[in-house]
Design a protein around this ligand. Sequence first.
Ligand code: PMT
Length: 396
Amino acid sequence: MSAPENTRILLGITGGIAAYKSAELVRRLVADGCEVEVAMTEAACSFITPVTLQALSGRPVWTDLWDDRARGAMAHIELVRGRSLMLVAPATADFIARLATGQADDLLSTAALARDCPLAVAPAMNRQMWEHPATRRNVERLRGDGVEIWGPDEGDQACGETGMGRMLEPERLAEFVARALRPRLLNGLRVLVTAGPTFERIDAVRGITNQSSGKMGYAVARAAWEAGAEVTLVSGPTALVPPPVARVVQVESAQQMASAVNAFVPDIDIFVSVAAVADYHVLNPSEQKIKKDAHILTLELAPNTDILAAVAALADPPYCVGFAAESENLDEFAEAKRRRKRLPLLAANLVQEAFGVDDNALVLFDDEGRHPLPRASKLEQARQLIAHIARRYQPA
Ligand code: PMT
């Protein structure tokens, strides 16, 4: 993610089996450029040793309220000052209960009370403990106190049962951390993003598609989510895990994508059309697999609706952002496309540099001119695009 400079995170670990995943979380956060200080409860040390966390964070781990590193100050105060975020992962039912009632009888619970930074917890417990009215009550109380609750997830549990209560995977938690550290540039706005290719059926097993991987569109959806938007992602077929946005709608053909977009358009503020939508579909696709024979096979193709142009032409359109993939004359073709589709903003990229790869170089075109974004990861490009949208967007 590449964290903002001087990001200092306090990671609290409490005593649950998911504590082993905290090691990977520390590794990821450090790789992302965060300084991570780890504090563990006594029970957590029964699941994973402080030495492991020390090796991964590169800093001695705090386990004791009376730690003499505090040098005259108090450990719980020393720990929380100057932090960007305090995250407790895993957070057991017991820790959540103690937090909800404001108890302060060990290093972590005391630090949580003494902090002046945001606090997030990643619950991890047996499904029945999670569903117990006492836990529900405690979680709601924490929410009311402004504590962010990240997860839990549903799935197989260490106890052999299946249900809600798994700690979010470290990769997902790292995404939540990235979001917590970024400005809420689109707070409360509803953003619709299309991503990936479409697949136009020829017969039961064959179809026409393109080389879009979905990476750019998924990055835009994630960047909008990080910026505080309520994001709907309409995706063609990809191999990617979607970001934790409000809703994800999987579609196959351009026609299905158009229907999904049209269903959401009345309730959105911003539409970002990143998908590489097929311009044509096959007339009369075969229900069965077409048999090979000696004759030339001719496919009849009919044009698809231009989803973006249709949305932009509405009487009261959302703020529409198009993408243009060009193989030559990028500026000229992209600006012509922007004007033809009547878009306030268009992001252009070169076909040969953008499809399938992890980084990209976008040039943004709007009424004020041309704004090149230097080559970077698709997530960084998406964040810059979202910042540009936030500067230009004007509520109707
Ligand atoms: O998915 P990746 O591998 O990460 O690659 C990213 C990308 C190259 C696909 C992406 O950056 C990109 O350029 N997307 C737009 C590709 C495209 O189809 O461009 P276009 O010039 O054909 O279409 C222009 C705009 O109209 C696009 O916003 C497109 O979503 C939209 N469109 C096009 C045709 C159609 N029938 N309906 C549409 O909405």
